[in-house]
Design a protein around this ligand. Sequence first.
Ligand SMILES: NC(=O)c1ccc[n+]([C@@H]2O[C@H](COP(=O)([O-])OP(=O)(O)OC[C@H]3O[C@@H](n4cnc5c(N)ncnc54)[C@H](O)[C@@H]3O)[C@@H](O)[C@H]2O)c1
Ligand SMILES: [Fe+2]
Length: 383
Amino acid sequence: MSGSFTFHYGPQVTSGIGASADLAPLLPDGPVLFVTDANLRRLGLCDAALAGLAGRDIVVFDDVQEDPHEASVLGALALAREAGARSVVGFGGGSPMDVAKAAAYLLGSGERIADIYGVGQAKGQGAPLVLVPTTAGTGSEATNIAILTVGETQKKGIVSNALYAAHAVLDASLTTGLPRHVTAATGIDAMVHAIEAYTTKRLKNPISDALAKEALRLLRGNLLTACDDPENLAARDAMLRGSYLAGVAFANAPCAGVHALAYPLGGHFHVPHGLSNALMLRQVLAHNMPAARELYAELALVMLPELAEKRHLGARVLADAFAGEMQALATAAGLPKTLSEVGIGGDHLDLLADEAMKQERLLVNNPVAITRADARRMYEAAL
Ligand SMILES: NC(=O)c1ccc[n+]([C@@H]2O[C@H](COP(=O)([O-])OP(=O)(O)OC[C@H]3O[C@@H](n4cnc5c(N)ncnc54)[C@H](O)[C@@H]3O)[C@@H](O)[C@H]2O)c1
Ligand SMILES: [Fe+2]
C-alpha cells in the first residue's frame, strides 16, 4: 500500500554531560570488550569511561584506523574471545563504533565476517553493545550499519537490524576537544545523512522526515559555533543530538548518491568520510535537482527560516538557496572545496567512476539515476 512504512527507533538513548562515565549499569555481567582508537586513548578521552568500569574485567582494543579495515574487527573479535567477553563498548567516531558493531555481532552469532556483507545478511544475535560517539558525526550509534574497508581499498557495508546497539550514550563533553577540521567534516557528514534521508527514493517515511528536519535545524544552527568556539557545550550538545537524529533518520530512509560518490574518495585516497561527502555534495545536489527540487526547497525553509518571506519566489529559488547555503557552510567551516586540493587529479576519474558504480546499495536510493558517465562527469566537475 502506498504510504505504508515500518520504522526502527534504534538503541535506547542516555544523553547528558558526563554520561559516558557511568556505562556499567548498561552492561550485563562478565568481561567487556572496549573498542576505541589509539589517538583517543592517547588523548585520555576514554579515561573516565574506563574508570567508571573499574572492577569489571575489561579488555581494550585500540588498533582501529580511520576508514577501518575488517582486519580490525577480526583482531577485536580474537581479543574478545580470548577474554571471554560477554558484551562490547564502542567508543569513538564512526571508525571504532563500526568495528565494535561488527565485532559484537560476530562475537554473539559466531558467524564469519565474509558471510554478512550486504543488506540483511546478518540474521543472528549479536552480543550486547553500547555505543559512545565522540564525533558529531556519523550517527553510527543510532544505525544498523557498519562500514568496513575490505581488501586494499573497497568500502563495504554490513546492514542488518542485528547490528543495532542496545544503548547509545550521548555525552557532548567528549566532543569539545575535536579539532576544527574534524568538527567541520563530521558535521557536514551528519547534514548529508539528513538530506539524503529526506530525499531518498526508497523508504522515505514521515518519521525520518521529521527527524531529518530537526537534525538539519540543529546542525545548521550550531556547526559554525562549534567550529569557532569549540568549548561551547550547548553547541556541542546540539551537534551531537543533530547527528544522532540524522542517524535514526537514515537508518530507516537510506543514504544515496552523495555517499556512493564519497566512498571511493575514502577507500582509495583516505579523504576523511565527512570531507568526501562535502566535496561531492554540490555536484550531486545539482544532478538531483530535477527530481528533488521541491524537497530541497522544503529543507531550505528549515535551515533558513528567514526565507519564509520569500516563499512566493518558488521552489527553484529556494532549492538553489539550499544548495548555496550548504556550500557556504562548508567553506565557512574551512573545508577544502575541490578534489585537487586533496591531491586527486584528472587521471583518477575513471577509477573513481568505476568504484562509485560498485556502491549499488546506495545508488538505488538516489532520486535521479546515476550512470557511470554521470559519476565521471560529477567527479570531473569537482576537480
Ligand atoms: N555506520 C554508519 O552508520 C556510518 C555512517 C557514516 C559514516 N560511517 C563511517 O564512519 C567512519 C568515519 O567516522 P568519523 O567521521 O566519526 O571519524 P573517525 O572515527 O575515523 O575519527 C576521525 C579522527 O578523529 C579523531 N577523533 C574522534 N573523536 C575525537 C574527539 N572527541 N577529540 C579529538 N579527536 C577525535 C579520531 O581519533 C580520528 O583520528 C568512516 O569509516 C565512515 O565510512 C559509518
Ligand atoms: Fe556518512
